[in-house]
Ligand binder design. Structure first.
Ligand SMILES: *[C@@H]1O[C@H](CO)[C@@H](O)[C@H](O)[C@H]1NC(C)=O
Ligand SMILES: *[C@@H]1O[C@H](CO)[C@@H](O)[C@H](O)[C@H]1NC(C)=O
Ligand SMILES: *[C@@H]1O[C@H](CO)[C@@H](O)[C@H](O)[C@H]1NC(C)=O
Ligand SMILES: *[C@@H]1O[C@H](CO)[C@@H](O)[C@H](O)[C@H]1NC(C)=O
Length: 262
């Protein structure tokens, strides 16, 4: 099944968006959602019988994927703790209303910034009514902490509804990474986000080589929830008559998180 879904991997790009040494007065357009035309029928708003909605308020600046210009890039290891509640929320990023799997009400999840050498702790609460959760920190070496790698049934038990689990590990590398659910194909419901690890060894220096950095997150977007798609793909008849990987209805491109409450 993982092979089928490999075709659906969202892609994260982070880049230094201006390289003008502060002289040029660059502007940054804030694209929130972009749906790609010509990929199937016009989306319609539909009701779907999914989870109880708990609306979560999030400060607007916590939604940005622009790297924090005040973030101190240092060789001094720090402990960083994040409290994340995983819940189901409705939203219509391409005009089609469907349930998303969110982190603190955000879809995709919040930008995480850390320094090489930091120890990260994520206190997860699974507030999904009917689904288990796990989060994989894609590309992290997890040297000595394999049980934080998040493969349900292999390195950990799935986190059940109403239960908590703390992922804690040391980062010993730097660069542009992402995290995502490792439960079924749940990441296609929105449970993924950017993970940026800074280092004093980074050859490009903020304020010298560039002014600011912006994550742009691209992902395939399906109107059906992953549970429906996977159930179909694993059945004799397939999903919509085929066991081939389905084409998405939209492509989303974002510089910040979105949610139903905006
Ligand atoms: C999306 O669907 C849910 C569930 O039916 C509903 O509660 C919500 O109001 C809908 N949102 C919009 C914007 O239509
Ligand atoms: C959760 O699963 C139960 C049992 O299958 C079902 O009756 C219920 O409707 C589901 N709840 C939601 C919110 O999907
Ligand atoms: C940006 O970094 C500063 C310094 O660490 C911190 O105080 C502030 O809360 C951060 N802002 C956001 C939006 O995370
Ligand atoms: C993993 O950690 C051990 C113990 O600290 C160390 O000896 C080893 O070199 C590390 N391996 C890698 C690939 O970093």
């Amino acid at each position: 099944m993982l092979h089928i879904w490999a075709a659906l991997l969202p892609t994260i790009l982070a880049f230094a968006s201006a390289q003008n040494n502060g002289k040029g007065g660059a502007t940054y357009s804030q694209v929130t959602t972009v749906s790609v035309a010509g990929l199937g029928p016009t989306p319609t708003i539909e009701d779907s019988p999914v989870p109880t909605q708990t609306t979560v308020a999030v400060a607007p600046n916590a939604r940005s994927y622009q790297l924090n210009s005040s973030f101190e890039i240092a060789d001094k290891p720090a402990a960083r703790t994040f409290d994340w509640t995983i819940s189901a929320q409705y939203g219509a990023p391409d005009g089609y209303n469907r349930s998303h799997t969110t982190i603190n009400g955000q879809m995709p999840g919040p930008l995480v910034e850390a320094n090489e050498g930091d120890t990260l702790a994520f206190n997860l609460l699974n507030a999904l009514p009917n689904d288990t959760v796990s989060i994989h920190w894609h590309g992290m070496f997890q040297n000595g902490t394999a049980f934080m790698d998040s493969v349900p049934g292999v390195t950990q038990c799935p986190i059940q509804g109403g239960k908590s689990f703390t992922y804690q590990f040391k980062v010993t590398q730097y660069g542009t990474y992402w995290y995502h659910s490792h439960s079924g194909a749940q990441y296609t419901d929105g449970l993924f986000g950017p993970l940026i690890i800074h280092s004093g060894d980074d050859p490009l220096v903020r304020g010298t080589d560039f002014d600011s950095e912006q994550v742009i997150l691209l992902n395939d977007w399906y109107h059906d929830e992953s549970s429906t798609i996977v159930e179909g793909l694993l059945s004799v008849d397939g999903y919509k008559g085929t066991t081939a990987a389905p084409s998405p209805q939209s492509g989303l491109m974002r510089t910040r998180t979105t949610s139903a409450i905006e």
